[in-house]
Design a protein around this ligand. Structure first.
Ligand code: PGA
Length: 254
């Protein structure tokens, strides 16, 4: 049985003060029973990680960052490394998000280097993959996502894969209000699981958690999460409102 994960990607939102407000609301709105059933992760901006770490100290809520550099340290002005986020108790990191691919030009081989660096530092990567609208319209979506999975997970071991989470986020669904239909999403999750099977075998594929992301909200979450191969959600916009995020988590725990 794959335990569902609901992760909130706050992106470049929330100051120190407003992070505190949001996180306290989330903490107070979640029962221990729900937190036993579902893995919950919050990924605030770097500037709120220390605060978040302190606020969730005694809670069953995981902490993630939204990016890291591929090296542990060095002369890379403005960058943040895996050991730095590890020292703030981050157990997860989002890597290869389409906004990093699109706006910061991150190619698959760089994302692969970051995935390896996260694992080396005992941080679980949430590897994001997904096609653009243009790629889907040209019927290239399966090929593109297969490539992103294969290159993103290149040279990893079966042992490494126990700590890897994949997130399917069709670019056309991110922040647009357009969600992939549960069938469209599930079909891609099946294809991703096949790609993982080709690389690491069936047992690893069966155990790998694949999240859906892209305009998931408290209205459509139940239907998406009911699908066989959808093991949770990576939530952007809806994770910035405590009540929506809590409702999504509650529906995952059902
Ligand atoms: P969204 O973002 O839920 O706002 O579409 C999801 C994501 O980019 O992780």
């Amino acid at each position: 049985m794959r335990k569902k994960i609901i992760a909130g990607n706050w992106k470049m939102n929330k100051t120190f003060l407003t992070s505190r407000e949001l996180l306290l609301e989330v903490i107070h709105g979640l029962s221990n029973d729900v937190l036993d059933k579902t893995e919950v992760v919050v990924c605030p901006p770097f500037t709120s990680l220390a605060l978040a770490s302190e606020l969730i100290k005694d809670k069953k809520i995981g902490l993630g960052a939204q990016n890291i550099h591929q090296k542990d340290d060095g002369a890379y002005t403005g960058e943040i490394s895996a050991p730095m986020i590890k020292s703030l108790n981050c157990q997860y990191v989002i890597l290869g998000h389409s906004e990093r691919r699109q706006y910061f030009g991150e190619p698959n081989h760089l994302i692969n280097a970051k995935v390896k660096n996260a694992l080396k530092n005992e941080i679980k990567p949430i590897l994001c993959v997904g096609e653009t609208l243009e790629e889907r319209e040209k019927n290239l979506h399966l090929k593109i996502v297969d490539e992103q999975v294969t290159l993103g997970l290149k040279d990893l071991s079966v042992e490494n894969m126990k700590n890897v989470i994949v997130a399917y986020e069709p670019v056309w669904a991110i922040g647009t209000g357009k969600t992939a239909s549960p069938e469209q999403a599930n079909d891609m999750h099946v294809a991703i699981r096949e790609a993982v099977e080709n690389l690491f075998g069936k047992e690893t594929a069966d155990n790998t958690r694949i999240l859906y992301g892209g305009s998931m909200n408290d209205k459509n979450a139940s239907e998406l999460l009911a699908k066989q191969d959808i093991d949770g959600g990576l939530i952007g916009g809806a994770s910035l409102k405590a009540d929506s995020f809590i409702k999504i988590i509650n529906s995952a725990a059902k």
